[in-house]
Design a binder for this molecule. Structure first.
Ligand code: 13P
Length: 241
């Protein structure tokens, strides 16, 4: 049985005070009947501590938005696995397209980061996806296959989430059609040795399209950007029908 995982990626949004305000509005909205759905907040590093203290005992899990591959060292601006687990974090996003695009991350460094997450008992959320240019050139399948092959080297497939995030659908309001997302996610699954790896869709997910996305048989959850910073919107997404 594949797990359903609904994650909100806040990106570079919310101070500690704003994170607490979010919880005050969001937690009372979280109904008991969705307990079989994993709910994750991927918050900025600075908010993880305060969120962890306030989420203690709740079913909401925390994720970092990245992790470095070394245990410690001269890596200004980076964060280690031990720093994250100490704060009660359980997941780490690796290879988000914004990291690949703006911060020069490669398939190889993404793989190292994913391995470091697993070494520390964190579950990596490995993001893959094609650009508009690659899609228009008919390269979607090849790009996905290459990112997967390089990203999965030596990873334990029983402690992994994959997020398919087509770059052209991120923050643009242009959602990938639900059936097309379902097709690509099916293709991703066909390349995995473990068919139970949860595979999420990400890219302009909102309250108005979540029901259709989650109705697709291959899609096991969503990684939500913009719509996850608003507690009412994110609650509606968690309670998809
Ligand atoms: P949006 O939902 O804002 O398109 O962002 C998606 C995303 O990048 C989640 O990681």
């Amino acid at each position: 049985m594949r797990k359903i995982v609904i994650a909100g990626n806040w990106k570079m949004h919310k101070t500690q005070a704003e994170s607490l305000e979010f919880l005050q509005a969001f937690m009372p909205e979280l109904e008991k009947d969705v307990e079989e759905r994993e709910v994750i907040l991927c918050a900025p590093y600075t908010a993880l501590g305060v969120l962890s203290q306030n989420l203690h005992g709740s079913r909401v899990q925390l994720s970092a938005q990245n992790i470095h591959w070394e245990e410690a060292g001269a890596y200004t601006g980076e964060i280690s696995g031990a720093m994250l687990t100490e704060m009660g974090v359980s997941y780490a996003i690796v290879g988000h397209s914004e990291r690949r695009q703006y911060f020069c991350e490669t398939d190889e460094t993404v793989n190292w980061r994913a391995l470091a997450a697993q070494r520390h008992g964190l579950t990596p959320i490995l993001c893959i996806g094609e650009s508009k240019q690659q899609r228009d050139a008919g390269e979607t399948e090849t790009v996905i296959a290459n990112q997967l092959k390089a990203g999965l080297v030596n990873l334990d497939l029983t402690r992994l989430i994959i997020a398919y995030e087509p770059i052209w659908a991120i923050g643009t309001g242009e959602t990938c059609g639900a059936s097309e997302a379902n097709r690509v996610i099916g293709l991703i699954r066909s390349q995995l040795d473990n068919p139970d790896v949860p595979i999420q869709y990400g890219g302009s997910v909102k309250p108005s399209n979540i029901d259709e996305i989650m109705a697709q048989p291959e899609i096991d959850g969503v990684l939500v950007g913009g719509a996850s910073v608003d507690p009412a919107n994110f609650a509606r997404i968690v309670h998809y029908q």
